[in-house]
Design a protein around this ligand. Structure first.
Ligand code: NAD
Length: 500
């Protein structure tokens, strides 16, 4: 690491375990081992300082081939294939325990790597990881087929078996490097699949640390393999690999379309968790203080780099001015700080490129006539910080209302009728999530079916629980992560007939 990162660490302190991990050379994890190779290395940046945090190996197509072969062997003939459901449950529980035991270290690695504010990172991201392993551990012993009565007298005993689909090729983005990757690992492992996972090239470190914990937990070789590197090389080769039976992708909609096309070409199963532009709709009877506070968690959490961010806020005209004032006060109260500062609420965005992209959207918003209420500027100095930004009086034809900005930028607009609110909320290519704010439960029940969104929340935005499925409608994706629904994506159903 360079002097800037060292100074940040000296200022806030990290565990000895974090230092040990950061200072050792980073290696990919294939077939139960951290592998040495003559890999080209890529610089990993700390977004808070712009300094060099580490280097990661850039994997190749050959690395993917070796990893897929190891994963295939593990689930067909290796030790992993011999793990009973109870063994799988126990190893997943041990991984969860080790995540909790090492939560501080994991949070430090993750926040340095991604820029996430450490307190939120530990309480949310790392906790989500442990909860997810625990939840799916419970499912390992509960996978079951069914016996069937045939409709005609053919004298057969018939039943169905649920079998693991095969090797899973998982690809994740940089905005939730740890939590999204665990979402891709826990369910397939519970049902007996093996996984080859590619982290985002900007944020691979927490997965490499997790592999140390998986070895300690006794996960057999080949069950998880981590190939670091570029999407255009590692990701591209993985999704086209004939031995990858299931592609489980989280990322942007444009890349998801390419990934989906490659999976179709191999007739592989696929789950696509893609982008969003999720609306929050507040009616005249809404608790506007609660709506304003919710923006902390909806659009300003993780500097707005959240797929389900409530990045559009529609408010009934009778409460609109009040809502603009209250959201403005919340946005202006947010403390921007380097990732390791435990009092920080918002850290930097992931990279200079992301900051420039967000600033481009902000400029476009101003040009297209949106009213800038607060924020709108990057911070001077090192690191990629952007002020929490609020635009009011937006219209649905504006780019900032239609496109996923993936930054701390909220757009607001008023509405007059329930029908208009639904039209505005659903006027998007995306359909990931939506929240409705009202005291009228009849209205809430009436509108929930009308929302084009994979998750609908009432009087809250983006609660999370591994028992609840998460997935997108429209161009926000295909399939679900989490919940019992996710298990089905990693299972084949075999029909069995026995003549008696
Ligand atoms: P991205 O699509 O650029 O990259 C995602 C992953 O795909 C990375 O690991 C990348 O290396 C890889 N990749 C890139 N090109 C590839 C290719 N040709 N073949 C295979 N893999 C390739 O997305 P990002 O910028 O890392 O993440 C932000 C996006 O992710 C946003 O759109 C956000 O909404 C979305 N996201 C969605 C969810 C969800 O659950 N729906 C969750 C988090 C993030």
């Amino acid at each position: 690491m360079d002097a800037n990162v060292r100074a940040l660490i000296d200022q806030f302190g990290v565990t000895n375990e974090t230092l040990r991990f950061l200072e050792q050379p980073k290696r990919m994890f294939i077939d139960g081992q951290f592998i040495d190779g003559n890999h080209q290395m890529a610089r990993v940046e700390d977004p808070s300082t712009g300094g060099q945090l580490a280097e990661i190996p850039l994997g190749t197509a050959d690395d993917v081939d070796v990893a897929v072969a190891a994963a295939k062997h593990a689930m067909k003939r290796g030790e992993w294939s011999k793990f009973t459901p109870r063994d799988r449950e126990q190893v997943l529980r041990r991984i969860a325990e080790l995540i909790r035991k090492n939560a501080q270290t994991l949070a430090e690695i993750e926040s340095l790597d991604s820029g996430k504010a450490i307190t939120g990172c530990k309480n949310v991201d790392i906790n989500v990881g442990a909860n997810t392993f625990e939840y799916f551990a419970g499912w390992a012993t509960k996978i079951q087929g069914a016996t069937r009565e045939t409709s005609f007298p053919i004298e057969c005993v018939t039943y169905t078996r649920k079998e693991p689909v095969g090797v899973v090729g998982a690809i994740v983005p940089w905005n939730w490097p740890f939590a999204m990757a665990v979402w891709k690992l826990a369910a397939p492992l519970a049902v007996g699949c093996s996984v080859v996972l590619k982290p985002a090239e900007l944020t691979s470190l927490s997965m490499l640390y997790l592999m140390e914990l998986c070895v300690e937990a006794g996960l057999p070789r080949g069950a998880i393999n981590i190939v670091t590197g570029k999407g255009s090389v590692v990701g591209n080769h993985m999704v086209a690999h004939p031995d990858v039976a299931k592609v489980s992708f989280t990322g942007s909609t444009p890349v998801g379309k390419m990934v989906g096309a490659a999976a179709v070409n191999n007739v592989a199963h696929m789950t696509l968790e893609l982008g969003g532009k999720s609306p929050m709709v507040a009616f005249e009877d809404a608790d506007i203080d609660a709506v304003a506070r919710a923006t902390l968690n909806s659009v300003y959490f993780n500097a707005g780099q959240v797929c389900s961010a409530g990045s559009r806020l529609y408010v009934h005209r009778s409460r609109y001015d009040e809502a603009v004032e209250k959201v403005k006060a919340i946005a202006e109260s947010i403390k921007l700080a380097p990732s390791l500062d435990p009092t920080g609420v918002m850290g930097p965005v992931i990279s200079a490129g992301q900051r420039n992209s967000i600033m481009g959207y902000i400029d476009q918003g101003i040009t297209q006539g949106a009213k800038l209420i607060t924020g709108g500027s990057p911070l001077d100095g090192a690191g990629h910080f952007i002020q929490p930004t609020l635009f009011a009086d937006c219209t649905n034809d504006m780019t900032i209302v239609q496109e996923e900005i993936f930054g701390p930028v909220l757009v607001m607009a008023p509405f007059d009728t329930e029908e208009e609110a639904m039209t505005l909320a659903n006027d998007s290519i995306f359909g990931l999530a939506a929240s409705i704010w009202t005291q009228d439960l009849s209205r809430a029940h009436r509108l929930i079916p009308q929302m084009d969104a994979g998750s609908v929340w009432v009087n809250i935005h983006d609660p999370g629980d591994p028992a609840m499925p998460f997935g997108g409608f429209k161009q926000s994706g295909i399939g679900n992560d989490l919940g019992p629904e996710q298990l089905e994506h990693f299972l084949e159903t075999k029909g069995v007939w026995i003549k008696v």
